[in-house]
Design a protein around this ligand. Structure first.
Ligand code: ADP
Ligand code: MG
Length: 365
């Protein structure tokens, strides 16, 4: 029996939410997808481990959605292969792939109630009414929507609709969950709340999840590993910590948070590591301390490098103060915690900046 045919077979009677099979491993092998002359995805190779939460992050047009659509079976590769649990799925249509999908636009059936929306995938699999009802009740409780089962999608808020979409994607225990900008339409607070929700659902279900987003914070918050894409290609794959702390390229450094790239600095950058040829020094704004011109001199030590500069401007942002400080050829961004004991500096003030030599990183162009 083909593994994908299980998608349309009835589920066992005592089927629980927890996965009974081991979560699927996904492999992209040299996948290219062309749209006319445009290669939306170029020679992409990637393995997603079973149970992993992997996020594809990149600017608009970098090929994120195309990658997900290839995995979902809505697009077919022009070159290369995609394997799920070791089996090629290149020629398996989407409806035969056992996967839950959540899109940015909730894609609930507008003419069906919440309960009918959730029952649909179970009905497709031939599950009996009694079991369907039990399952729907259980998942509604899990996404905090018990009592909403009779409502139509139009009678729910954006966050509630997205909860139903997540519940529907998970209800038949697929081994793979695909999310395309799932929280993109929500406002900031709700988004953070839903990020927590998605994370705990992933933990509970142990499902292999591939998520697509252009939101850096979301990628860092949710994922076991993040893939950074640019112009159809993978630039770097790493854990959120490694990606932020050790970006490989200038693009990754600046795309993930703020970075001071020290192009042609007027001072000699000291560091613990030896840069490779052509590498450029980079330091994160929160790694730099700002002090009055005399104060920080004392704090300069073997571990720290100290330079003087002039404040260009100060930006108040609630929990942090951000300074732009001119140091020779460069304007450095410094992020200081609002609770810092340092005085607040104003444009034109002379300051000293200092940082740990071990906090200097090197990136390639
Ligand atoms: P992202 O999701 O990262 O914004 P996409 O995967 O949607 O990027 O698109 C990658 C590239 O492929 C873009 O240049 C886009 O214009 C192009 N593209 C995507 N879908 C199509 C399509 N159906 N027809 C033609 N070009 C497309
Ligand atoms: Mg997209």
């Amino acid at each position: 029996m083909n593994a994908h045919e299980t998608a349309i077979l009835p589920l066992p009677k005592d089927h629980q939410f927890a996965l009974e099979c081991s979560p699927a491993q996904i492999e992209f092998c040299n996948v290219t997808k062309l749209y006319g002359p445009v290669a939306a995805v170029k020679d992409l190779s990637l393995t997603v481990n079973g149970g992993e939460f992997l996020t594809i992050l990149g600017p608009s047009g970098s090929g994120k959605t195309t990658t997900l659509m290839l995995l979902a079976g809505f697009e077919t590769p022009d070159e290369g292969d995609i394997r799920i649990s070791g089996k090629s799925v290149a020629s398996v249509p989407s409806y035969r792939r056992d996967q839950g999908i959540v899109f940015q636009s909730y894609a609930l059936f507008p003419h069906l109630s919440v309960r009918r929306n959730l029952e649909f995938p179970l009905e497709m699999r031939g599950m009996k009414v009694g079991e369907r009802t039990k399952r729907v009740n259980r998942i509604l409780e899990r996404v905090h929507l018990s009592g909403f089962d009779g409502r139509m999608p139009s009678q729910l808020s954006g966050g509630q609709q997205q909860r139903v979409a997540l519940a529907r994607a998970l209800i038949a225990d697929p081994p793979i969950l695909l999310l395309d900008e799932p929280l993109g339409a929500l406002d900031r607070n709700l988004r953070e709340q839903m990020q927590g929700e998605v994370k705990s659902l992933h933990k509970e279900f142990g499902i292999t999840t591939v998520c697509v987003t252009h939101d850096q914070e979301e990628a860092l918050t949710l994922s076991d590993r993040v893939v950074v894409m640019r112009a159809g290609r993978i630039v770097q794959v790493d854990t959120p910590e490694a990606l932020y702390d050790r970006p490989a390229t200038r693009f990754v450094a600046t795309f993930l948070g703020e970075a001071n790239i020290l192009d042609n600095p007027s001072f000699n950058v000291e560091s613990d590591t030896k840069p490779s040829a052509g590498a450029i020094a980079m330091i994160r704004p929160e790694r730099i301390r700002v002090a009055p011109p005399t104060g920080a001199k004392q704090s300069a030590s073997e571990e720290r490098q100290s330079v003087s500069g002039i404040v260009n401007d100060m930006i108040y942002a609630g929990a942090v103060r951000k300074y732009h400080v001119r140091v020779g050829n460069n304007v450095l961004v410094v992020r200081e915690h609002a609770a810092s004991q340092q005085p607040i500096f104003r444009p034109g003030n002379e300051v000293r900046l200092d940082w740990l030599r071990s906090d200097v990183r090197f990136v390639t162009q």
